[in-house]
Design a protein around this ligand. Structure first.
Ligand code: E4P
Length: 295
């Protein structure tokens, strides 16, 4: 059973190692979440406290333990990677490595692919079994509904993508009521994420990169939505979008986004490190000097 989230109802354990300082991963220790559940800190893992949105650092000034309960234990619900492209070859390459839990597209990505939306979406769904987002383009709820139903008929794993407008929310409510997955896109505030959850969204897509582009903090938004959804156990999944860098992916993982959708090159960049390249170069040179062979 889910513990109560109100502070006065939480039996706070004696602080084993001191005050929890809650950290936003990208910006240092500063955010204190009063809605988490008491849990001892492991002093050996000060930066690896495995709670969504919460990073605890024990210290001598500490007086209060972190309050944390993972909403979705990782073993039951690991972080998902969606691929943000309509490039079928790129999706296939990552799919063969087991890196593709789903796909997201949008009108700009369809344009970039040079393909027909129905045809390319069908091809993606022929081998991707997870959710494949296909976006409506009308601005009126009635027309969004017609488009959404047509897109959803492509395959059972289609998530109909609707914009975060009032009409989009109306379409979301109806489509989710009809049993379709709905991805509410173009989310730029926690308020929008809250109302999308109320409208029954399966996924909310906050756009990190586009917020960063205008000197706002996209990761802050992910953290805020995580807190709100966890406070009330909303089932809407946070699908962090507009991901521009590998560190965006890592930061979303630390905050506890359910899904990240990223272009193929960003997914591949997760594997890169200059010291890996340097170390491998050295090993290769030294191995050549041994004159040995394994095969
Ligand atoms: C999300 O679903 C969008 O397709 C995408 O992430 C937008 O990313 P961009 O801001 O890089 O265009």
């Amino acid at each position: 059973p889910r513990p109560q989230r109100h502070l006065d109802e939480i039996p706070v354990a004696a602080p084993p190692f001191g005050r929890a300082i809650v950290q936003h991963p990208a910006q240092g220790f500063r955010r204190q979440d009063p809605h988490q559940i008491a849990r001892p800190i492991d002093p050996l893992q000060p930066f690896a406290f495995p709670c969504r949105g919460v990073w605890a650092k024990p210290g001598p000034e500490s007086i209060q333990p972190p309050r944390c309960t993972p909403r979705n234990p990782p073993e039951e619900n690991p972080m998902k990677f969606f691929i943000d492209t309509a490039d079928v070859d790129a999706i296939r390459e990552l799919h063969d490595l087991g890196m593709v839990d789903g796909v997201t597209t949008n009108p700009s990505l369809i344009l970039k692919s040079g393909r027909d939306i129905l045809e390319v979406t069908k091809e993606i769904c022929s081998f991707v079994k997870g959710p494949v987002s296909a976006e409506v383009v009308s601005l009126k709820a009635d027309e969004m509904l017609a488009e959404g139903r047509k897109l959803a008929a492509i395959a059972p794993n289609i998530a109909v993508k609707v914009p975060l407008t009032w009409d989009g929310l109306k379409a979301c409510k109806v489509l989710s009521g009809e049993g379709f997955m709905v991805n509410v896109t173009l989310c730029f505030s926690a308020n929008q994420a809250l109302i999308a959850a109320k409208a029954g969204a399966t996924f909310i897509s906050p756009f990190i990169g586009r917020l960063d582009d205008i000197n706002l903090d996209g990761l802050d938004l992910i953290g805020d939505i995580r807190t709100i959804y966890d406070n009330y156990d909303f089932k809407t999944q946070i699908l962090a979008a507009s991901i521009r860098t590998a560190n965006h992916v890592k930061d979303c993982a630390m905050i506890g986004a359910d899904v990240v959708t990223a272009p193929p090159n960003v997914i591949k960049a997760l594997a890169s490190h200059v010291l890996t390249d340097k170390g491998l170069d050295q090993f290769t040179k030294d191995w050549a000097k041994t004159g040995q062979k394994i095969l």
